[in-house]
Design a protein around this ligand. Structure first.
Ligand code: C2E
Ligand code: CA
Ligand code: CA
Length: 537
């Protein structure tokens, strides 16, 4: 049987339901996962309909919002919470702070703050026992309006919490623009799986919040694994079925008396980044986190010699030019890429950036290793700027530029002409590995960089034909080459004009066979065909 209230029924019975106490707050405890103590609770609206039973807030709240009734309901819940807290004080039971939801529609009501203040005074509740949860979607009313409401709440001493953080598109901008004291992240989107992409997004959101020194409450935590994972990211505050479902006030009162609780919360100061304009600019911020930043960039933390890469964007990887993934960078110890001299140089520039607050630059040779490209020495010019700090930990933003070619040229120029020729010839070799059975191609770093290729191409050679690296009129010939390799041709060679500029390259393939003579892989290389006439000059 469908026990959902229809829209008409909601509108028709709402007033009576409020009056008769059928709409009530349920309380869901928030627990410090490290200590097991209760740190707070959230009041969640419940409608127990006389005939149809419990109604899901997701069903009736949007209707109330659409018909301008949510304000009344929210204020009513706030009052119920105050009444509950009063009862605790009167009985000598020490409560925890209760978070109350503010609908995005309440933001338009200029009297929301006045109204709750009036109620709070009437019940004589110290303001620190009441937190207000706002959602990102309130931003549709405009950031200015949202900011003014938050400022008003702050001026009165309320803690303001950002609900469902990370669910909206503009999360990170909002976080920066709004002075919220606590962030709530809903783990629902992880589908119980903390590995994979969700986990990576989550950890970066958590890092973000940490740099801003904003405490986090994880919501929707259902398993110990999730709670432990959040703890490993430094987030101990948990709200979810793992510890408790939302419960009626009697059960909650009982719980309050039986569980130890702690009132103190971590520091709640929003650390303002130095010269943040450029960095927090809406576009670059989004891109930064989700890898659309225009240039090669990385985010890392530095604390007393400890360097930790938090994020690199795709362009960063391209610029380094090795066949590596963001995870390779994040997992590795970045100092492994530096020798002693380079490390000293890099730490110097970091210290300079910390002291000056300005963008500082340095050049250092680094060694990178990838299974496909092997080892390579790369000279990186970095532009480093501190964008935030938490205690002695600094958050830094680095733009990089691969200046290896420039450096090599400079160095070789000063050596003999013969060596110069040799070096530039070497630099012109493009190499890749083609796996015949799977039609997978793994390009070397130079191919990736100069021809804008990803680390792995499937259904080869179609992607390079499509992208125009191999021109149309050579496509069939090149496809035929792949067929010949598959048929067991030990080597192939020919000149192919690359790209729309038709730069002639001598392309060679050498096939590797297994012990039964079956072709396994073919190693490809391409060298630019140097025009002898030009070389004379
Ligand atoms: P919300 O503010 O994000 O509340 C958290 C929701 O997650 C609640 O759903 C809660 O019962 C649920 N939840 C908590 N732990 C778990 C868990 O471990 N697993 C799962 N799957 N869910 C968990 P609920 O109570 O159904 O409320 C839904 C939404 O309705 C709330 O989302 C909030 O946006 C809105 N709402 C609830 N009460 C009020 C209120 O008093 N005023 C306003 N304006 N909105 C409210
Ligand atoms: Ca909420
Ligand atoms: Ca939430």
């Amino acid at each position: 049987m469908d026990n959902k209230l229809s829209e008409q029924e909601i509108l028709y019975s709402f007033e009576a339901a409020l009056r008769d106490g059928h709409i009530v707050p349920y309380y869901q405890p928030q627990i410090n996962h490290s200590t097991g103590r209760m740190v707070g609770a959230e009041a969640l609206m419940r409608w127990n309909h006389l005939v149809l039973g419990f109604q899901c807030p997701a069903d009736f709240i949007p209707v109330l919002e659409d018909h301008d009734l949510i304000f009344k309901a929210d204020v009513y819940i706030f009052e119920e919470v105050c009444r509950f807290l009063r009862k605790c004080f009167d009985r000598g039971i020490s409560p925890v702070p209760i978070s109350v939801n503010m609908s995005r529609c309440d933001i338009y009501r200029h009297d929301y703050v006045e109204e709750i203040e009036r109620i709070r005074h009437r019940y004589e509740i110290p303001v620190r026992y009441l937190h207000i949860e706002i959602t990102e979607s309130s931003a549709i009313a405009g950031i200015e309006l949202m900011t003014s409401v938050i400022d008003k709440l702050h001026a009165l001493g309320y803690i303001v919490e950002m609900d469902d953080f990370g669910s909206g598109y503009s999360s990170l901008n909002i976080l920066k623009d709004l002075n919220v004291d606590v962030i709530k992240i809903d783990l629902g989107f992880l589908d119980g799986n903390v590995g994979g992409r969700g986990g990576i997004i989550l950890s970066s959101v958590v890092q973000m919040a940490k740099w801003l020194n904003t405490p986090i409450i994880s919501e929707g935590v259902e398993t110990m694994e999730q709670a432990d994972y959040m703890k490993s990211l430094g987030c101990n505050y948990i709200q979810g079925y793992l510890y408790a479902k939302p419960m009626p006030k009697e059960a909650f009162l009982d719980r309050l008396q039986k569980t130890q609780h702690e009132m103190e919360r971590p520091s709640m100061q929003f650390i303002n980044a130095v010269n943040t304009g450029k960095f927090w600019d809406p576009d670059s911020m989004e891109t930064l986190i989700f890898s659309h930043f225009v240039g090669p960039a990385a985010l890392f933390t530095y604390q007393e010699g400890k360097l930790e890469i938090l994020r690199v964007n795709d362009k960063y990887i391209r610029e380094i030019g090795m066949n590596m993934t963001p995870q390779d960078f994040i997992n590795a110890n970045p100092w492994d890429n530096h020798d002693a001299e380079s490390r000293k140089r890099y730490e110097d520039v970091i210290r300079r950036a910390i002291v000056s607050g300005e963008e500082e630059t340095c050049e250092a040779w680094r060694q990178f290793f990838s299974p496909c490209c092997g080892k390579d020495e790369i000279c990186i010019r970095s532009y480093i700027q501190v964008i935030g700090h938490a205690g002695t930990q600094h958050l830094l933003f680095a733009r990089i530029q691969n200046v290896t070619a420039e450096k090599n040229k400079y160095q070789t120029l000063s050596e003999s002409e013969q060596r110069f020729r040799f070096a530039s010839e070497q630099a012109n070799i493009y190499a890749w590995e083609y796996t015949i059975a799977t039609k997978e191609m793994r390009p070397c770093f130079r191919c990736m960089r100069d021809m804008d290729l990803p680390p792995l191409l499937t259904n080869y050679p179609e992607p390079v034909i499509e992208s125009g690296v191999i021109p149309e009129d050579y496509a069939d010939m090149y496809r035929d080459w792949m067929r010949r390799l598959e048929a067991g041709e030990p080597s192939l060679e020919g000149v192919i004009p690359f790209t729309k500029w038709r730069v002639p390259f001598l392309v060679r393939y050498t096939t590797v066979f297994d012990e039964n003579g079956k072709p396994l892989k073919a190693y490809g290389s391409a060298t630019m065909v140097v025009d002898p006439a030009k070389e004379e000059k």
